[in-house]
Design a protein around this ligand. Structure first.
Ligand code: BTN
Length: 323
């Protein structure tokens, strides 16, 4: 999406800003200001204009707009660089390119549409334009690859807490980091990393939240849901994205990307997998046991019938009664 300086100025002011002041600040003619105001109106921004007072921003369009997200952010790092793209293949892949070119830690890329969105385990993540919230966050922790295992549970915890607060829904986490409501998936998270043997270059946390989607394809309808389907209400995607980024900053940056005792306790109490019978594959064999808890590094502790236990750190775990 084209960046607009005028929009930035109007977004940061509650008062009317005169055409003359805008023209002077930007070093353009008043006619150029007027032209851009009309272009913004065509894009769905409601801009009031009053003779002798100037312009004031009314409502924002109901699709993702960088300035509208930034207005709600109270972060120092996450979202300090934030772009909303009209359409992209995958926000994770796009951000990887920015990462390789040295972008700042905390850079966020969101998209109104993804044409080849990626899910975990090589799956695809498909949604229609402007229905949902899809974005990726890049972090550059000064850590070894073996030390960043807390990112996955912390991401799930941050999104789950933000959505509980923003929507009032009883959101829970399906280990490791799906966010669910009841038995159905609301949020998927795909974390990717670029690292050398002993140092992480960057981590990308890609998040897809089903917000205003009213139906799902038949093959996933039994296990997927959206905020609209759960509440009957449409949500402001810009405010929602900002609420999630604010919570991610609190969870990630303030904890130095470590799963503190407090965060682990919170994660465990919100984790719907704990206490359930779970199944997973190991070395080609299907195993089943009870999810007894979550370890400090985010691994799932599974207890078998014979009293032995094992720890699961990746792959697909099915939890009885969920999916
Ligand atoms: C899952 O399989 O549950 C993970 C889904 C992750 C989807 C998000 S949408 C934004 C980001 N960009 C991608 O291509 N994927 C992630």
């Amino acid at each position: 999406m084209e960046h607009s300086k005028i929009l930035e100025i109007l977004t940061s002011s509650d008062e009317y800003v005169s055409g003359q002041a805008l023209a002077r600040t930007l070093g353009v003619t008043r006619q150029a200001v007027w032209k851009e105001i009309n272009a913004l109106r065509d894009r769905g921004f409601q801009i009031e204009s009053v003779p002798n007072r100037g312009y004031r921003l009314g409502s924002m369009p109901d699709y993702l707009v960088a300035e509208a997200v930034k207005r709600e952010l109270n972060t120092a790092i996450i979202g300090s660089e934030l772009t909303v793209l009209d359409s992209v293949g995958s926000t994770n892949d796009y951000l990887k390119q920015l990462g390789n070119n040295g972008c700042k830690s905390g850079t966020v890329v969101a998209a109104r549409e993804q044409v080849s969105g990626k899910g975990r385990l090589g799956r695809v993540w498909k949604t229609k334009k402007d229905e949902n919230v899809m974005f990726s966050v890049l972090l550059r922790p000064k850590m070894a690859p073996s030390e960043v295992s807390a990112v996955t549970p912390l991401a799930g915890l941050a999104v789950c807490k933000a959505l509980r607060e923003f929507t009032g829904l009883d959101c829970r986490i399906k280990w490791p980091n799906d966010v669910i409501v009841g038995r159905k998936k609301l949020v998927g998270i795909l974390t990717e990393m670029s690292a050398e043997f002993d140092a992480v270059e960057y981590i990308i946390i890609g998040i897809g939240i089903n917000v205003n989607q009213s139906e799902f394809p038949e093959e996933i309808a039994h296990k997927a849901t959206s905020l609209l389907l759960e509440t009957g209400k449409k949500f402001d995607k810009n405010k929602l994205l900002a609420a999630v980024l604010n919570q991610m900053e609190a969870e990630f940056i303030n904890s130095n990307l470590e799963l503190s005792a407090g965060a682990l306790e919170e994660y465990t109490s919100l984790c719907a997998t704990v206490g359930k019978t779970v199944s997973f594959s190991r070395g080609g064999t299907k195993l089943s046991g009870i999810a007894a808890g979550v370890a400090e590094n985010g691994e799932l502790i599974v207890m078998f019938n014979d009293g032995t236990e094992c720890r699961v750190n990746s792959g697909e775990v099915t939890a009885q009664g969920i999916y």
